[in-house]
Design a protein around this ligand. Sequence first.
Ligand code: C2E
Ligand code: CA
Ligand code: CA
Ligand code: CA
Length: 279
Amino acid sequence: AKTEERNTLRFYTPMMHASTSRRLLLATELRQALVREEFRLVYQPSIEMRTGRIVAVEALVRWQHPDRGEVLPSEFIPVAESLGLIRRIDEWVMQTACAQIEAWDLAGMPPVRVAVNVSARGFGHTAFVDGVSRAMQQRRVPPGRLMLEITESAMLRMGDDTERTMRALHALGLEVAVDDFGTGYSSMAYLKLPAVAYLKIDRSFVSGLPESTDDVAIVEAMLAMSRSLGLKTIAEGIETEAQHEFLMRAGCNEGQGYLYSYPLTASAIEKLMSPRSLR
Ligand code: C2E
Ligand code: CA
Ligand code: CA
Ligand code: CA
């Protein structure tokens, strides 16, 4: 953790002011990371509030740097975005997640939804839908097993083309979650888009529950609105029993957070999901 701290704070954060040579070094390292397969996915379970069953996992990318150790996405994704490498990372994540779904199916694991985060740049690109479709076909991913998490700000950035892309995703049988809902320039209009089936309540609203009357009001309003629109809700960043209690009583469908599980390796997920571990 010490090395990670040193590196993340000293090396990655000041990138804005970093010299061109440093940027080039990181660019080279990120490109090499793709070739050298230094990325890996971890998976965080999403539980059904009512039953406590694991119904989904969210794929989260990690960079296993040879010297720096594990680098978190909050550190390298903004850099990859500014370097124009994010689409290649997105593609790798999509292909790896689809391969994992196939492997889990072959191993006879209970079929859980696998959620993949999509960057704004990736979502906005004309080749996006084709890429997703190809990855699904290659691995014979049944519709309903793959879900895309797209932030409001990504939808906003894309403007008029958002609806056309959503229609295309819907036609592929894909469902979309609006990620980080309420943190950007919120527009309720996104919730009406085809393919949008889930609303993810951002951790920034969950962390204040149940003490903050503001957060209680906001979360209750989000849940009521989702219900009337026929959307399912997933709360992220649940860390305490009190947060779990509140969200369950308020009728939130699914929850994710350290209270239930940290993001885990694929094999740890398999162990968690195997009939044996249910006792
Ligand atoms: P996000 O989509 O909102 O993902 C949730 C983040 O919260 C994850 O951090 C997760 O590890 C963390 N988290 C989960 N439960 C808890 C909790 O109970 N407490 C706290 N404090 N944190 C919790 P992570 O993995 O570092 O990802 C950060 C962000 O990076 C993600 O936010 C997402 O926007 C982006 N990201 C992650 N993986 C990918 C990816 O494969 N592709 C793209 N384009 N973006 C990704
Ligand atoms: Ca997400
Ligand atoms: Ca979030
Ligand atoms: Ca997010």
